[in-house]
Design a protein around this ligand. Structure first.
Ligand code: 2YH
Length: 283
């Protein structure tokens, strides 16, 4: 599991406007719009509730401890979306108590294992890995002008890849699965087959001979440089939630305008939207 470093997230808040514009140019939707697409909800329904939705972000010292500016960056993304977002002054149990005492609608907090949002009215728990996988599948769908009947290579069969692949199948794409751990790819295939009921999935065991030629890639691995530069074509579109980015600098340049990669923004935005649309939030 990738642990973000302060260097990964520094500058995210100040670049949100530019990233929003980049998303609108590449995927024809804003950050909020992509997040809504991830759950199939109407952006206007979210916009009308967002300002009154108080999300408290609680820094957590457990395990490896605080990542400098992690909570502030999450809070900055939520504020950019229009949420009433606050980072608690206190950490851990004290921060959680503060959120409840001040009548938060939702909280967000992360330890070494999970980054979650919880709607305090409905008790719905939204996992960042699931939200991120769906948000990047959503952006691929938007970039492609509809991913239905297109083939997509999902690289990395962890929780983010799983959620992304699940959404792509919901959108009636054909999915190729690859993981350096072949058993992980096979067991994901079984879970997805059970959920989707139709076999639109192919599992690959040899990357070099079987994975070239895909025009759509969801790169959800924790490795860098996974997509070879020479595989990149003018038609290729890549949605890459994996950290570090699975492309060389040259590869990323070649894909300019057809590559979406971020380390926190889309996942946090999709978490926020899911928390807001969670029913019975006391409004
Ligand atoms: O980065 C992480 C974990 N690897 C979980 C990621 C789940 N996708 N956690 C962030 C830890 C934040 C820290 N406890 C803080 O600053 O509050």
């Amino acid at each position: 599991m990738t642990r973000l470093k302060t260097s990964d997230i520094s500058g995210i808040t100040s670049r949100l406007d530019a990233y929003d514009r980049y998303l609108q140019a590449a995927a024809h939707q804003s950050l909020a719009g992509v997040a809504c697409h991830a759950w199939g909800v109407d952006p206007e329904a979210v916009a009308s509730r967002i300002k009154r939705f108080a999300v408290y972000v609680i820094p957590v010292t457990a395990g490896q401890g605080i990542i400098t500016r992690f909570s502030e960056t999450v809070g900055g993304i939520l504020q950019f979306l229009g949420c009433d977002a606050i980072v608690t002054e206190q950490t851990d149990a004290s921060g959680l108590a503060q959120a409840f005492e001040r009548k938060a609608d939702a909280i967000m907090m992360a330890d070494d294992y999970r980054f979650v949002g919880i709607n305090l009215h409905t008790r719905e728990v939204v996992d960042n890995a699931v939200a991120t996988g769906r948000a990047f599948a959503a952006v691929l769908d938007l970039m492609a002008g509809g991913i239905k009947d297109q083939t997509v290579l999902v690289m990395g069969c962890g929780p983010v890849g799983e959620a992304g692949a699940g959404m792509l199948l919901e959108k009636n794409a054909r999915v190729g699965l690859y993981d350096t751990n072949y058993d992980a790819a096979r067991s994901l295939e079984k879970r997805l087959d059970k959920a989707s009921g139709e076999a639109k999935i192919e599992v690959h065991d040899d990357f070099t001979s079987q994975c070239r030629g895909y025009s759509h890639i969801l790169e959800a691995t924790p490795q860098g440089n996974t997509i070879p530069d020479e595989w990149i074509t003018d038609r290729m579109r890549v949605a890459a939630p994996g950290v570090p980015l699975g492309l060389s600098g040259r590869g990323a340049d070649l894909l300019q305008g057809r590559l979406i990669h971020d380390k926190l923004e889309l996942g946090v935005a999709a978490m926020a939207v899911k928390l807001i649309i969670s029913s019975g939030q006391g409004d």
